[in-house]
Design a binder for this molecule. Structure first.
Ligand code: DHB
Ligand code: FE
Length: 284
C-alpha cells in the first residue's frame, strides 16, 4: 500500500521564485532566507518520495472569477508552469500521477468531500515556488506531483476544520492505494501577509510562531480557529495558512499513531511582503 512518509509546510512568495531564477539567492537580502532551506534541500535528497501531493492555492491563474472550485485535484499527466505576467518561470514541467490522483478523487469524494476534477491546470508560484525552495533548480523535478488547489482567494473559503478533516480523508485515500508508493503531502502559502488596503504590509511574528507551535503540537485545536482570527491577526492573505491543516490532518498521529518527528523549523522576515515559515514533519 502507499503511505504518507512526511509533510512539508512552506510559504510561496513569488519574489522568491524570481530571486532563484535570476541567481540572486546569495544577495544580502535573500541569503538568510535561502540558508534556512539548505538543510531541507538535503533532507529532500535523502528522503525522495515517489509522489508529492501538493496543496496550494491558484492565484487567479488557472481559475478566474468565472469558476471558483473550493477544492480541485489535478489528475493530468502534466501541468505547465503558468505565465503570471512576466513569462512562465524557467522551471521543469510538472509531471502528475493520474492513477493515484484518480484513486484519491474516488476515495475522497466517496468519503463525502466534493472535489473538482481538473485535467488541465497551469500551475503558478503557489506550486512552483515551494518546489524550487525544496528541490533547487534541477533539470526535472525529482518525482511526480499531484497539484491540489484550495480556494483561499475569493470568499467564502473553506474553514480550517474542513481542511483538517479533508487531510484525514486524503490519508485514508493514499493508504488504500495498492502500490507501495512513498507520498509526501505539502501544505503551502502564508504566513502573515496582507497585500492590499490600509493594513498592507502587516506581519505578525508572535501569531505566526504560535501557529507553528500549535500546528505541530495541537493541530486539532488549531483547526477550530475561525477565519476571522487569521484575517485579523495574520492579514487578508494570512488565510492561506488553512491549507497547512490539510497536510497536518494527513499525518499518522491524527489517527492515533505516533507523533511525527520535527526535521526542520524555520521562520524569516522579510521576504517581499510576507513572513516566511517552514516545517518538515516526518511520520514514524
Ligand atoms: C506575495 C505573497 C503571496 O502569497 C502572493 O501570492 C503574492 C505576493 C508577496 O509577498 O509579495
Ligand atoms: Fe499567495
Amino acid at each position: 500500500m502507499a503511505k504518507i512518509t512526511a509533510s512539508v509546510y512552506t510559504s510561496h512568495v513569488p519574489a522568491i521564485g524570481v530571486a532563484i531564477d535570476l541567481g540572486k539567492t546569495q544577495e544580502p537580502y535573500w541569503q538568510p532566507l535561502f540558508a534556512g532551506y539548505e538543510p531541507s534541500k538535503q533532507w529532500m535528497k535523502d528522503n525522495k518520495p515517489d509522489v508529492i501531493f501538493l496543496v496550494y492555492n491558484d492565484h487567479a491563474t488557472a481559475f478566474s472569477l468565472d469558476v471558483i472550485p473550493t477544492f480541485a485535484i489535478g489528475c493530468a499527466a502534466e501541468f505547465q508552469p503558468a505565465d503570471e505576467g512576466w513569462g512562465p518561470r524557467p522551471v521543469p514541467m510538472v509531471k502528475g500521477h493520474p492513477q493515484l490522483a484518480a484513486h484519491i478523487a474516488q476515495s475522497v469524494i466517496q468519503d463525502d468531500f466534493d472535489l473538482t476534477i481538473v485535467n488541465k491546470m497551469p500551475v503558478d508560484h503557489g506550486l512552483t515556488v515551494p518546489l524550487s525552495l525544496m528541490c533547487g533548480q534541477p533539470e526535472a523535478w525529482p518525482c511526480s506531483v499531484i497539484p491540489f488547489h484550495v480556494n483561499v482567494v475569493q470568499y467564502p473559503v473553506p474553514s480550517g476544520k474542513r481542511c483538517f478533516q479533508l487531510g484525514q480523508a486524503i490519508r485514508r485515500a493514499v493508504e488504500s492505494y495498492d502500490e507501495p508508493l512513498k507520498v509526501q503531502i505539502w501544505g503551502t502559502g502564508g504566513m502573515s501577509h496582507q497585500l492590499q488596503g490600509a493594513r498592507a504590509g502587516l506581519i505578525n511574528k508572535a501569531w505566526d510562531n504560535a501557529f507553528l507551535d500549535r500546528l505541530i503540537a495541537d493541530p486539532a485545536g488549531q483547526a477550530e480557529v475561525p477565519h476571522i482570527d487569521y484575517v485579523r491577526e495574520a492579514g487578508s492573505e494570512g488565510i492561506e495558512l488553512v491549507m497547512w491543516l490539510i497536510a497536518r490532518g494527513a499525518m499518522a498521529d491524527i489517527k492515533g499513531g505516533p507523533a511525527p518527528t520535527l526535521r526542520q523549523r524555520f521562520y524569516h522576515v522579510p521576504a517581499s511582503n510576507t513572513a516566511v515559515g517552514h516545517l518538515i514533519l516526518e511520520n514514524n
